[in-house]
Design a protein around this ligand. Sequence first.
Ligand code: ADP
Ligand code: MG
Length: 357
Amino acid sequence: PLLINQLAAGEVVTRPSAVVKELLENAIDAHATDIEVRITQGGMGMIEVIDNGVGIHPDDMVMAVTRHATSKVADVAHLHGITTLGFRGEALAATAAVSRLTLTSSHDNTGIGRQLQVAGILGDTPKLIPVVHHRGTTITVKDLYFNVPARRGNLKSIATEFAHIETIVREVALARADVALTLFHDNKKRLSLSINTINNDTENYLPLSRLEQATGLALTEQAIEVAVDLSSLIQQHFGSSNSTHANGGYEDNAGTMQSAKIGGWLWASHDTNHSLPKLIYVNGRLVKEALISNQLRQMAQSAQLAGMGYALYFELPTQWLNVNVHPSKQRIKISPLNNIMAHFSHALRAKLKTLNT
Ligand code: ADP
Ligand code: MG
């Protein structure tokens, strides 16, 4: 199992920021509303993620650091209907295989939790030590790659590794405005975002205030709000019927509400040097989808914009998605993508022209 975990680590735990990403996803899957990230030496000294989520029951703690122990997918057939960020059950095991990992968690409000330590190998009789801990989970990863010298040699400078970590934290901050996030590097506070409540009247997925805080950009003047209704696609796909709801949602045969829309923001920049965030989220997951980003680039070009940044949120029925394409979980297959993008560009072409004035 150690070798297998180290192999998995090669795919999942490619650098400190990849660990941070997995730990943040776990905290969000655990419904945390407040997450603190503490980093030392660009993550090569320590990565610690403290959350106030549901915690882990003592009986499940050993399982949590065991490969393919995921509490999130009942069987493989469910891979189409994934709603959590994690589902492969290998991130914690893979990280523990190449670091000194401490898992501390409490699932109730007694103020008491359990702690489990793994240094590369999980012993035959792992010990759970009672400790003081709030409800939620703390994962501390020290000495990453202490037992994989080749990987350690590939790491870049502290500044570079921390920059990657900061990017990940900002990307999560843009995915979830309803979560407070704090980031420390070598005990200095580098980012502190309180919860930005979503005003249901505006219907946008992300408040402009969070967009500005997470990107560090002043966007009030330039940002264009995106709101594309795809309910006609829902009807095409699920059949039009009287179970279509007033809010554009559609109830499928299993009685699940399905809706399809795109929200978010895009903004122009005349400064081509500045690398603008270009972020595409599908059902809360940051994805790389060349077809979408290419189309956005073309739209920016035909509106004669020097540069365009965006944070776009696609909300799509899970039946349209297949996320189990790659261990990084960033690749996604969207089934009626051409139709979706046709709607998208139709809705935005005219708006984009107004940016170029
Ligand atoms: P996955 O997220 O793909 O299920 P992981 O290896 O990331 O796999 O985590 C294994 C399991 O450990 C999760 O399924 C979850 O049950 C538990 N777990 C990990 N991190 C947390 C956390 N921060 N809060 C609660 N449970 C957690
Ligand atoms: Mg996970």
